[in-house]
Structures are given as C-alpha cells and as structure tokens.
Write a new protein. Structure first.
Length: 495
C-alpha cells in the first residue's frame, strides 16, 4: 500500500509545482528500511528562485498588507484542510519517522493543528498599543506652553523567513514555523530534513486548496549548500531553525554578516527531579514514559533522572520493571509503544554513548543493546544507567535516543545545582508530595519550562523555548507572533 503523500515528486515555488533539478532521492521507513518514496531534491538555483518568490510576495504582494482577520480566514481554511487529512498525515508520520501510533496521533498531528488554530485566535486579537499621554516642554519655545502627544505601537510582519526543520516531529516543526510566520504577514521558504521531506511537501497541496497567494509559502529540499543559501542570502530577513545546537551555532554564524534575526529551538539535557517524598512508582512510570517517546528523539525529554538517594534503589527497581513492558517494533502495529531511531547513523551515535557510559563506570540497569528479533530497521533497546555522575558524557551531551541517566542527590539545593549544571536549559520536571516546595525549586531551575507533578499532562498553549545553548526565542503561547513581527512606534502631537 502506498504511504499517503509519498507520490509528491515536485517542489513548491511561487505557487507552482516545480520539477526538481537535483533529481529524486529515496526516503526510507526507519522501521523496515524499505523505500516509501522518491522525494524531489532541489539545487541552489531553485532555492534562489524560492527566495525570490518569497521576496516578491512580501514586497509587492497583498499578503503582508492584509488584516489579521483576512489572513486568519485563509489560515482557518488551512486548519480545515489539515484536519480533513489528519489520518493520512498520521499514516505518513508512522512510515516516515517510525513513531508509535499513540504518540503520532496526538503529539505529532493533532496538537500541531490545534496550535495553528490557537495562533489564529491570538492573531485576531492582536491590536496596536496606545501608550500613555506624554507632556513635555516645548523645545522651540522655552517657558511657553508645553507639548502634549501620544504614541501608538504597531506591529508589522518581519519580512521573508527561512525555516529549516528537523526530522523528529516534522509535521509539528513545519507547522510551528508556518503558522505564526504567515499569520504575522511574513512570507516563507521552508526546507525540511532530507529524512522527512514529505511532511513538508504536503503543504503544497494545502496551499493550492486554500488559495494561498503565490510566493507566500515555498517548499524546497536539498542539502548543506541549499541550507546555507537560506541563511546567508540578503533577501532573507529572518532564519528560524529547530534542530541540534551545533547546526544552530552554524546557522547563527552564517546569518551574522547580513544581520538577520535568528530564532533557534535547539537541544536539551533536561533534568527530572524526584524528591524524597515523591510517589516512586508514579515518578518511575512517568520517567520511562517520557524517555520512550519517539525512541527518545525529542529535545525536551527529561533524560537526566535526579533521584533522592533515600528512594533511588526503589526508583531503579520500578523503572526497570516499567521498561520491561515497553513494546519495541514497527509502528504500523498499533500495540507498539516505541519505534526505531531515524537512521543507522543515529543508532551508531546512541551506541557510542552507551559505550561511553559503561567505560565511565555507570551501572547499566537495563537495555544497552539491540532488541532481539528486529534485524531490519534502526531499533535500539530502552536503556537506563544508574550511579551516573553529572560530569559524565552521558549526563552532559544530548544523545537523542532512549537513554536515561539516574543521578543521586541528598538535598534540594544539590538537586537544583545538578539540574543547572548543564550547557542546556530547555525543560525540566519535579516530582514531589510538597507542591509548594516543588514550585519554589522550579523557580530556581534555569530552563524555559518546568513540569511540576506531571504538569498539565499535555503541551499547553504556553511559550516554549530554551535558556543557554537550548535556543533563542519562544514558540507557542499568546506572544508567539511577536517572534515574526517588528514593533514600530508612531509619535504624534495632540495639542
């Protein structure tokens, strides 16, 4: 059976479906290693054309001049078109990413569409700010009547945006760029990961269906040179990227000569603090559940498990027991709870860090190898280490796989110190029976978000982003559009 959207063989530039100059490249299912389609590959000349189309659409087209309500009406049609295809998009993600169906339907597909809908609602309420009246001496007539004036602050679209996205939650990441940028009035060139191109290419069909103005959204593919053009071309005003810290730093350097705005959602090595009074079984189940999401390929997953030493043996035992119930396999089976890693290169990286953990003296509690009977696909065991110290490579580096590090502590202050002893600062979690103390600890942790006792249970409509090397800027929440807007102050006399 053909996987939905894998018959798309063209790029989408200036409202047209364009044959790729770079030919086509096989895209494989990471669970089976079978080819699911041959995706179009752009060359730099076509990326150049996409930038030109976005520039023209911004400088001369109607999209930036439309009201928020007018753009919202168009994007409401996008919401409807995506919801009509929701089952097909989920089937694509299962094959393209290998993500388990439970995670796919909610986190990979439904939540992103809901976030787009919320972005439209927030945008419709976005109005100019009128500042307090200002009374000042008249510089031209000292001693004479004073001047009275006012200021209105308006927000305008930032311009042409290059969006470069990763492979782990591709539909979510693509829509997290498209939604706020287009609602704000920007135009965009979107370049997805070569591993997951179809989750972006499908938006060409959506644009046709909803009647989006040509050039507002352009979708290209390609490699390093094409990505570099999107980060260096002076016609681009802003680059937004989700991926690794190393690539994020390179993008920032490439964008610097033209002084582009850079918006980065990068990696994490988040800590989950389990205090002495926590429900051990609940905390262990939650930790294992987090780590197994998309085979650990998530930047916000808590991979450092900071557990009070008085309950650490019980936590280790409980986590090991829960881990034994994880069903690893091809996500086409709805009973599977953890799929594969995206490619062999990622599995090799995970296995490298497992070897480093063993060599450093950490205690392998479970996993550490490859699951039996799964010879095809890029599967790895769910792996837990105990007796980890925070200076070990497995505790400091983002592994991007289902590898958890259990680190003991004896006091709240020590737990906070360990949590903050990281070059990252994306997410965190605290489990405790004393919610007030947990809240106070959350205020001391240098991360963009902290889930106290499980948080809301889902990704809420709150700003998400990183401190330190976890990124610059925020996504989601009531001020999401601000990342894609300029503020302009208009001063005027009123008397």
């Amino acid at each position: 059976m053909t996987v939905p959207f894998t018959d798309i063989a063209t790029l989408y530039i200036d409202g047209q479906h364009v044959a790729p100059q770079g030919g086509h490249e096989a895209v494989i299912n990471p669970a089976t290693e079978a080819v699911i389609g041959h995706a179009p590959v752009a060359e730099s000349a076509q990326v150049d054309a996409a930038i030109a189309a976005a520039r023209s659409a911004f400088d001369h087209g109607p999209w930036p001049q439309m009201t928020m309500d007018e753009r919202g009406d168009v994007l409401d049609r996008m919401v409807a078109a995506l919801r009509a295809r929701q089952a097909d998009i989920a089937a694509l993600i299962v094959a393209e990413v290998g993500c388990a169906q439970g995670i796919t339907h909610l986190m990979q597909v439904a939540n992103p569409i809901n976030h787009l809908a919320s972005t439209i609602r927030y945008g419709r309420r976005d109005e100019a700010d009128r500042l307090p009246i200002d009374i000042t001496p008249n510089m031209m007539m000292p001693g004479g009547p004073q001047s009275i004036g006012g200021t209105t602050v308006v927000r305008e679209p930032f311009g042409v945006v290059s969006a470069i996205t990763g492979y782990n939650f591709p539909f979510l990441l693509n829509l997290a760029k498209i939604g706020p940028a287009l609602m704000a009035g920007c135009t965009m060139v979107l370049k997805p990961s070569p591993f997951t191109p179809y989750s972006a290419l499908l938006f060409g069909q959506i644009c046709d269906e909803i009647g989006l103005t040509a050039g507002v959204l352009n979708i290209v593919t390609g490699g390093t040179s094409e990505g570099q053009l999107l980060c260096t071309d002076p016609r681009v005003d802003m680059v937004t990227f989700t991926g690794s810290e190393g690539v994020g730093a390179s993008i920032m350097a490439q964008a610097a000569p033209t002084l582009k705005k850079v918006h980065l959602e990068l990696g994490g090595k988040s800590a989950m603090i389990v205090r002495h009074d926590a429900d051990v079984q609940r905390a262990a189940a939650m930790a294992v559940g987090f780590l197994s999401v998309n085979a650990g390929q998530g930047c916000a997953i808590p991979t450092r498990l900071l557990v009070h030493n008085s309950i650490r043996p019980a936590f280790v035992a409980a986590a090991t027991a829960f881990a034994a119930h994880i069903r690893i396999g091809n996500a086409s089976n709805p009973d599977v709870t953890m799929g594969p890693l995206i490619r062999e290169s990622q599995r090799a990286k995970v296995e490298h860090y497992i070897a480093l953990g063993k060599a450093a003296g950490a205690t392998l509690v479970c996993g550490g190898g490859r699951p039996a009977g799964l010879d095809q696909g890029f599967f790895t065991d769910f792996t837990l280490f105990d007796n980890v110290t925070n200076d070990m490579a497995i505790a400091q580096d983002e592994i991007f796989g289902p590898v958890g590090c259990i680190i003991g502590f004896d006091s709240d202050d020590e737990a906070v110190q360990i949590a903050n002893d990281s070059r990252y600062g994306l997410n965190g979690a605290i489990e405790t029976a004393d919610a007030a103390t947990g809240y106070a600890m959350a205020m001391r942790i240098r991360t963009g978000s902290v889930a106290l006792n499980g948080g809301t249970g889902t990704m809420s409509f709150a700003p998400i982003g990183g401190y330190k090397r976890s990124g610059i800027g925020r996504e989601y929440g009531p001020h999401w559009l601000r990342e894609y807007q300029h503020e302009k102050s208009v001063f005027y006399p009123i008397g």
